[in-house]
Design a protein around this ligand. Sequence first.
Ligand code: NAD
Length: 105
Amino acid sequence: MTTRLAVVGAGSMGAQIAQQAALHGIDVALQDTDEAQLRKARDSNQGHLARRVEKGRLSSSDAQAALDRVRLTTDLHEAVADAELVIEAVFEDLAVKRSIFGECW
Ligand SMILES: NC(=O)c1ccc[n+]([C@@H]2O[C@H](COP(=O)([O-])OP(=O)(O)OC[C@H]3O[C@@H](n4cnc5c(N)ncnc54)[C@H](O)[C@@H]3O)[C@@H](O)[C@H]2O)c1
């Protein structure tokens, strides 16, 4: 099983993918060029996890562990350096997507 994942792009999709992976015990590097977007992703995920805790579907310690498993970074190379799997979730713009793959591989 993959234990180290990098998610490129911390928008709606990237934030959720990172959270779901972290809930399953995977260490995630969540990367975005926009720091504000990274903070927004963390706040959004914190809110989702808190609601699960309130509903009794998740323990608060598991919620905190999932949150802690997602490392935020603006550095693409650092994010993918030790990843076993990379998921790209940036804007629907082929040129941007190509430049990311070109930069890292
Ligand atoms: N939102 C959906 O329901 C949905 C469903 C299916 C597929 N998708 C696809 O998933 C992808 C992401 O969609 P989304 O809704 O999360 O978009 P979004 O607009 O919410 O987020 C895109 C993120 O990409 C970041 N970004 C842009 N350029 C970047 C770069 N060079 N490096 C790193 N980060 C960069 C932006 O800062 C932003 O945070 C798109 O290809 C979209 O078509 C989205």
